[in-house]
Design a protein. Structure first.
Length: 355
């Protein structure tokens, strides 16, 4: 049974009762000296009880304050992950043969800056694709595919560019994610290479929000790990970082470069097109952001090899305040992905169109 901390009034009454027990004729009314002393002492004792309750909470990671929880995590070798810069590919235009320099900067419409991480050359088609990354680490660097950008000091290059992909950016790990990894560490002790070990190793990499583990997908003695960032698919640098950690922790008998592999799933992109009946007092513009978040949440819960049902999407949209009915045109049917020795598919969201 949990201990019940007495209230201020109960503590004061205990003091006054003790006084009366010693001297039944003692004055303990609200205007008495005993009452004043009892009130002062009760205030101090109440603070001591509160401090004891606070100390007790620090013994449990899910109740402890952030700094104490982090210290518990550090003692278990679980450290708060740093922010990660989004990475991907930029497409530049210009005369054939023009150089795309390393470090060439470009910005999107919101002023977020990116820079090439490799040099390139404009090809025969008048464009060149090169690796790039956000200059400032954080989730704000994540961009939707084919985002327009402006080239800073373009030189021979055209003044506009396209951010083909830019994913895997992440902010500094928050308390809830750090606690989740600590609780996993406490609940699932190291087992020398079981599925949860690979989960723990992959999730320790900055930028990895969650991951999926597929033992023996490519045959006996193989383990495939799919690390997923906050949004979108993992970038090549994130996969490389995860692979490095997996190689450092894998069982010694597992073949390097074959036994364990960090992989990017093959996306099955599905557009969502819906006609929404809006309740009185709302406009479609009022609820569009909420619908976008609701649909995105549906896709975020799908695992490789999972299924997207139309009812999931319809229910998510219907649960948005201001929606009274919805007709879903796309996807036209339930969608199922596959995981096998030759396939590693993940259903992802395409363009959302509302009317």
């Amino acid at each position: 049974m949990s201990y019940t901390v007495p209230t201020f009034d109960q503590i004061r009454n205990q003091y006054l009762q003790a006084v009366v027990n010693q001297n039944p004729s003692a004055a303990i009314g609200p205007d008495s000296d005993h009452f004043v002393r009892a009130s002062a002492i009760a205030a101090v004792v109440e603070g001591i009880y509160s401090h004891q309750a606070w100390v007790l909470r620090q013994a449990f990671p899910d109740l402890a304050d952030s700094d104490y929880m982090e210290r518990m995590a550090n003692q278990r070798g679980v450290f708060r992950k740093a922010a990660v810069a989004a990475a991907g590919t930029g497409r530049f235009s210009g005369p054939v043969g023009a150089a795309i320099p390393l470090g060439q900067q470009f910005t999107n419409a919101q002023g977020i800056a990116f820079a090439t991480t490799a040099a390139g050359v404009i090809g025969a088609g008048g464009t060149g694709d090169v690796a790039a990354a956000a200059i400032v680490a954080g989730a704000a660097g994540n961009q939707t595919d084919n985002t327009p950008a402006t080239v800073n000091s373009p030189g021979a290059l055209a003044g506009t560019a396209t951010i083909l992909t830019m994913t895997s950016g992440a902010d500094v790990e928050d308390d809830s994610d750090l606690l989740s990894r600590l609780l996993l560490e406490l609940a699932e002790l190291a087992q020398g290479g079981n599925s949860m070990d690979y989960q723990r190793w992959a999730r320790s990499v900055p930028g990895v929000k969650r991951c999926f583990v597929f033992p023996t997908r490519r045959g006996a003695g193989t383990v495939d790990v799919v690390p997923m960032p906050v949004s979108g698919l993992p970038s090549a640098p994130l996969i490389a970082s995860v692979q490095s950690v997996l190689d450092a922790n894998r069982p010694v008998g597992m073949l390097p470069g074959y036994g364990v592999m960090a992989l990017i799933p093959t996306p099955l992109v599905n557009a969502v097109t819906a006609t929404v009946v809006v309740a009185s007092g709302y406009t479609l513009a009022d609820i569009t952001t909420d619908i976008e978040a609701a649909v995105a949440a549906v896709f975020s819960r799908i695992v490789p090899g999972g299924t997207l049902t139309r009812n999931q999407v319809i229910t998510a949209i219907m649960n948005v305040p201001g929606v009274t009915d919805v007709t879903l045109a796309l996807p036209a049917a339930n969608v199922t992905s596959s995981v096998s020795s030759t396939a590693l598919e993940l259903i992802t969201q395409g363009v959302l169109t509302l009317s």
